[in-house]
Design a protein around this ligand. Structure first.
Ligand code: MG
Length: 255
């Protein structure tokens, strides 16, 4: 069941979203070869707590293993798609890192991810980052009343395919509000003009995951880290977006 948010609730969600955005901007400023993902995780956790919010992913129970997620951020490098556990791993020149941040503030969740180049990256990394960001922005462009959920999904898939990428099908975007994951699921594939009508008050976390190779993914033995089955590159961007009668508001960006 889709939960529609009031204008006041969307205002509260904007505060959660802006904190997510600020954490991501801070982490972006720190990313360079030689630092660990654990270092980024500590900075994010401190910043979230200082703002009287809670890290939303920490302690989250996995749908498969029921093992609580140990970090504040998800840090997924190269062939890792999503849900990478922050740890001792050191970022290397040429890596692609996706960082996903979720917070709960005043009862509402915000959720966003960005992918960043580490040091000097090759053209393959540059192109998949650009295309995934473009896919997210194009999908957000479909977040207007009267469109259907399938217009978002189809836009992501078509842009990916046009650029020679596949999309991940096993993990999807979601509604978000007082719960981190609400209805509807936001697929990164499927036909346009289908699914629920987009209406004022719907808030979605839209999260394209594009793969350089095949679409298939698997979960590593740590029970969390999702990797491409062919171990080729993957890239992930996400924003929390509210649909209003006046177009959409990207809650996890600062205007
Ligand atoms: Mg999400």
């Amino acid at each position: 069941m889709i939960i529609y948010k009031s204008d006041d609730e969307i205002k509260l969600m904007k505060r959660a979203g802006e904190l997510v955005c600020n954490v991501l901007l801070k982490l972006e400023s720190l990313i360079k070869p030689g630092i660990s993902t654990e270092f980024l995780d500590k900075i994010a956790e401190k910043m979230i707590i200082e703002h009287n919010a809670k890290p939303a992913f920490k302690g989250y129970l996995g749908r498969i293993s029921k093992i609580p997620f140990p970090g504040t951020i998800c840090a997924s490098i190269n062939e890792e798609v999503v849900h990478g556990i922050p740890g001792k791993r050191i970022l290397k020149d040429g890596d692609l890192i996706s960082i996903d941040v979720g917070v709960q503030l005043d009862g509402f969740f915000g959720d966003a991810a960005r992918s960043f180049p580490v040091g000097n990256v090759n053209e393959k990394v540059q192109k998949i980052i650009k295309t995934t960001r473009d896919a997210l922005n194009a999908a957000i462009g479909k977040c207007v009343e009267g469109n259907r959920l399938g217009d978002i999904s189809s836009t992501i898939e078509q842009l990916a395919l046009r650029n020679g990428y596949s999309v991940v099908k096993d993990f999807v975007g979601h509604g978000i509000g007082r719960n981190m994951h609400e209805d509807p699921q936001v697929l990164n594939y499927g036909p346009a003009h289908q699914g629920p009508l987009l209406k004022k008050g719907i808030v979605l976390a839209i999260e394209p995951m594009l793969n350089e190779g095949k679409s298939e993914v698997e979960v590593l033995n740590d029970n969390w880290t999702v990797v491409t089955s062919d171990r080729k590159l993957s890239c992930h961007f996400e924003d929390t977006v509210a649909i209003t009668s006046n177009g959409s508001i990207i809650l996890t960006r600062i205007n």
